[in-house]
Design a protein around this ligand. Sequence first.
Ligand code: B1M
Length: 214
Amino acid sequence: MSVLRELSERLQRGQAKEVEALVQQALDEGETPQRILEDGLMQGMGVIGERFKANEVFVPEVLIAARAMHAGIAVLEPHLVSAGVKARGKVVLGTVKGDLHDIGKNLVRMMMEAKGLAVIDLGVDVSAERFVRAATEHDADIVACSALLTTTMTEMRHVVEAAQAQGLRGRVCIMVGGAPVTDAFREAIGADLYAPDASSAADAALAHCAGRAS
Ligand code: B1M
């Protein structure tokens, strides 16, 4: 089995130590950092994302695979930086003001990172003003808002309004998601993208950034 294939499979099994060692082995064998990232780590996490969407694996398996992915990226990161590998897009992510739920948001971050997107994670209880400030500071492509409560999902409207007030609409895409959020709600508040799960959120974000780049 090739080292990249084994890397992908060990990652899917969440074997962080083995993933670290295989990333180092692949580097020693002369694989490029880009290929290790895309054909090893991201490929493995992509399989997990698809299986999660199909209800074949669940939150714990995704979290364990993501931990293995982070272990591999930690070994790879200095080589990625020196090889000048660029992120495919920039996302400012957070759970909206008043809401402390972060398990789904963290899955969204992991899936997005696995697709090669740079994610600035603002954490939980994030005000509309903070989302917009961070989007400006980081020159983000996407502001991604998560909410788990029917009482806090209305905060997403404030994010759209704050982006509008700062002249960011049209420049920054606003994506919304979380258990009570629907596409009809997205439309009602004037946000741009809705995704029902973490894997679809990463796909939609990547498609948006790829569309902007071309
Ligand atoms: Co809370 N809670 N909770 N809670 N909690 C719910 C959400 C609730 C449905 C439970 C219930 O009553 N049955 C209910 C909400 C009711 C409603 O508004 N409709 C509820 C409540 C009421 C509350 C409190 C108000 C309880 C209280 O104190 N009286 C309180 C609020 C605190 C606050 O936020 N201010 C509260 C507190 C908590 C804990 C702190 C104890 C804990 C959170 C821990 C944490 O996140 N670190 C907690 C938990 C764990 C839950 C449940 C049990 C699980 C939520 C979860 O993590 N699911 C939940 C009941 C349930 O769902 N069974 C519940 C797993 C996660 C992977 O799914 O986050 O939906 P989810 O993410 C999905 C998708 O939604 C999507 O992708 C993910 C997976 O693919 N997604 C996005 C998420 N964000 C996205 C963003 C995107 C795209 C997709 O684009 C940007």
